[in-house]
Design a binder for this molecule. Structure first.
Ligand code: SF4
Length: 355
């Protein structure tokens, strides 16, 4: 099953923790961006008919429905098996009927935490959005949470999880704060500054505890982990996002979008400014290494991976070491991370890369 990703990098504010190529850009850029998107989509030679769609960014819920229609009409698939719109919680959320799934960037239900990041919503606004989605017939929705925000404590994290329990979403994503120089908060932390609450982030052990608490609490709610950061009730796993971990093809359009088509990978130019100016937005194509990627991305899944006979052999020493350490386990023909292995996953993934 193939999919399409559309990047919409325009936002109402730039959140302090955000390391995407999104931001607040002049309104006048939007028309040019749509023209560039349509050019890229119409110039693409579709090797398959896509079945899933994900419009992310950025805040595509701010786009007028008529503009979304123009973008969707430029593509071959309709109706989509799954069409997801990313949305920022805000009053009056009204989703185009072309979408059957919504991902709400909640991040936290605790106001002091939200204000430090630049987000303006409240828990009540999220609850109203969830009710509005249900009233519009959208039962398939996701709530995003971040563990590790400035000022967050286990107590406040429980408050956010209590809200999740109350709102009964079918899907929840839990990300751990990424500290890198691509976000203002990350840069401030790396430079040991104090802006954006940089000195108030929980330590690594506390963030790991928060993640484990969330996994346990969501499990009790019947929302089970199917990927390191993703939890769903049975049948509500994101069909589109599963492609990334199962190495199924997808075409990405827009600034910073990634594509995996016919065994080739490429990434578009990163910024909205470069994208609207580019004659050809595609970066260099590289041939995918199916075996490396099977482990590197596939091990993120709770179901794990099914290595070929020669891959069991090639990685025998690494697999055995982590099996003995209690970080990897074998279940029949499959290999997967243990709950403890999940917390050290990045280190483990590296070991399956060719030297
Ligand atoms: S976190 Fe979401 S809403 Fe905030 S700047 Fe990034 S993409 Fe935009």
């Amino acid at each position: 099953m193939a999919g399409v990703y559309i990047s919409w990098p325009f936002c109402a504010q730039k959140c302090t923790y955000c390391n995407f190529a999104s931001g607040v850009f002049p309104k006048a850029w939007e028309g040019r961006y749509v023209d560039a998107l349509l050019r890229e989509i119409r110039g693409f030679e579709w090797p398959w008919a896509p079945e899933t769609l994900y419009i992310g960014g950025g805040t595509p819920s701010l786009v007028e429905h008529v503009v979304l229609d123009t973008i969707l009409d430029a593509m071959p698939a309709t109706p989509w098996t799954e069409a997801t719109l990313e949305a920022a919680p805000a009053g009056g959320l009204h989703v185009s009927p072309r979408f059957n799934r919504v991902s709400l960037g909640v991040q936290s239900f605790v106001e002091p935490e939200l204000r430090k990041t630049g987000r303006k919503h409240t828990a009540e606004i999220v609850a109203a959005n969830v009710a509005a989605l249900r009233a519009q017939g959208i039962e398939n929705f996701n709530l995003d949470l971040i563990a590790g925000l400035p000022g967050q404590t286990m107590e406040s994290w429980r408050v956010s999880l209590d809200w999740v329990a109350r709102l009964e979403p079918p899907h929840v994503s839990v990300y751990m704060l990424e500290v890198d120089e691509d976000s203002r908060l990350g840069l401030e932390i790396l430079q040991e500054g104090s802006r954006f609450g940089a000195r108030d982030i929980p330590d690594e052990a506390s963030i790991a505890d928060m993640y484990e608490y969330a996994a346990e609490r969501l499990g009790q709610l019947g929302i089970s982990r199917y990927e390191i950061s993703n939890f769903a009730r049975p049948g509500f796993e994101s069909k589109h996002n599963l492609k990334y971990w199962r190495q199924e093809p997808y075409a990405g359009f827009g600034a910073d979008a990634h594509s995996f088509v016919d065994g080739w990978r490429w990434q578009n130019v990163e910024t909205a400014a470069a994208y609207v100016e580019a004659d050809d937005p595609h970066g260099e194509r590289t041939a995918a290494n199916a075996s490396e990627e099977r482990f590197f991305v596939g091990l993120r899944l709770t179901e794990g991976v099914e290595p070929a006979a020669e891959e069991w052999e090639m990685h025998a020493a690494v697999i055995e070491r982590h099996r003995v350490n209690g970080l990897l386990e074998r279940a029949g023909n499959r290999l997967r991370l243990t709950p403890r292995g999940i917390l050290l996953s990045n280190e483990i993934f590296q070991e399956f890369l060719a030297p």
